[in-house]
Ligand binder design. Structure first.
Ligand SMILES: *Cc1c(COP(=O)(O)O)cnc(C)c1O
Length: 378
């Protein structure tokens, strides 16, 4: 099956091979070496000075969000949650479920948040934290998190800036050194692994802000994880996979990786626009990892996705109110030009203008390739 989904994403062969190693004592010397390697590579990737500023939890991304809500907030704390789509809404629900008082800043679907608006809200109230989504997977919008973080430094009393970057980093670089306090990521998107690991990175002040006593917290008590302890059995196979994935990521480098994802995005958007589909997000804020496309009335998203699946391609459906007329194409993680070309080739026959769509995609690939040579190849 070819998958162009915003998670799970294709798992490269070297990562698969790493994961079939036999089991070992997770407190023995062999696995301790793997653990240290993974934490060192993550600390480097996220721009933190010490291993006790990163944690890897046995959970999907949502578990990481719940862990954050349980470890940084007490019931009754007040936070501002910036919602640019379904995933921002979910972070609000998770915080609310933990007894936190959530103020909402709701941005219309398909738009990015405006840092000015967030700063105005923060200056007018006393928040423990602000929750934002880096890359809104429901709409395919990349929010200006680095810009917001730069201006955070100037606040007199800056709340913790907590970023759901599950479908952003490491495809779109984001580091604690950019000025954010907590980053939440997950194994099955840009990290090219199967689902099952939530990855957290913390600033020095976030490290200090982890609460000591908290009703309802047990499995996701972050403190032992941050000390490099395994209070419970870790997902050993996934750790092996992540260790190899971090080598592949380092080999490619952040600059080339972002350029590769932008090329994939631009190819998909050119294909869609020429073929009679509608990119639902303006080009200036379009996500490098996922693209939402509006379909003509004659093309029903659910029926089309079923047909595509029969021909060996899985793409994602629209979410929320977009589900009736849109699909989403994921181009995150190990997706390359070969896979995107295959996927677009399988999608083309259903479009109003299939030849134009493929010509636009090809033209685009050719233009970018001529522009910067082998740069973009992974
Ligand atoms: C995928 C995703 C999540 C978490 O989803 P899981 O299925 O729990 O891994 C959270 N936020 C965003 C922005 C995502 O893309």
């Amino acid at each position: 099956m070819y998958i162009l989904l915003p998670g799970p994403t294709p798992v490269p062969q070297p990562i698969q091979a790493a994961m079939i190693q036999g089991m070992t004592d997770h407190r023995g010397s062999e696995f301790t070496r793997t653990k240290t390697e993974v934490l060192e590579k993550l600390a480097h990737l996220f721009g933190v000075p010490d291993l006790d500023h990163v944690a890897v939890l046995p959970a999907s991304g949502t578990g990481g969000l719940e862990c954050v809500a349980q470890n940084f907030f007490m019931p009754g704390d007040r936070v501002l949650s910036v919602e640019t789509g379904l995933f921002g809404q979910r972070f609000s629900e998770i915080a609310t479920a933990q007894g936190v008082t959530v103020d909402h800043l709701v941005v219309p679907w398909g738009q990015a948040f405006r840092p000015d608006e967030i700063l105005a809200r923060v200056e007018a109230a006393d928040y423990r934290a602000v929750l934002v989504t880096h890359n809104e997977t429901a709409t395919g919008v990349l929010n200006p998190v680095s810009n917001l973080a730069q201006r955070w430094q100037r606040l007199k009393r800056a709340p913790l800036l907590i970023v759901d970057s599950v479908s952003g980093v490491p495809s779109v670089p984001l580091s604690i050194a950019d000025g954010v306090d907590v980053i939440i990521a997950a194994s099955q998107k840009g990290f090219m692994c199967p689902p099952g690991l939530a990855i957290l990175a913390l600033s020095a002040r976030a490290r200090e802000a982890v609460v000591d006593q908290r009703p309802g917290r047990f499995y996701f008590d972050l403190r032992p994880y941050l000390q490099g302890h395994f209070p419970y059995t870790p997902a050993i196979s996934l750790w092996y996979g992540l260790n190899t994935a971090l080598d592949l990521l380092a080999d490619e480098g952040a600059t080339k990786r972002l350029a590769r994802h932008e090329q994939l995005r631009d190819t998909v958007r050119a294909f869609a626009a020429a073929g009679g589909l509608t990119p639902l997000v303006a080009s200036g804020i379009a996500s490098p990892t996922v693209t939402a496309l509006g379909l003509p009335e004659a093309l029903d998203p659910a029926t089309w996705r079923k047909t595509l699946e029969q021909s060996g391609l899985q793409i994602a459906g629209g979410l929320g109110s977009w589900s009736s007329h849109a699909i989403r194409v994921g181009h995150v993680g190990a997706v390359d030009l070969g896979l995107i070309w295959t996927g677009l080739g399988l999608m083309a026959p259903a479009l109003p203008y299939p030849e134009r769509a493929l010509a636009a995609a090809l033209e685009h690939i050719r233009q970018v390739d001529q522009g910067s040579g082998k740069e973009h190849r992974s």
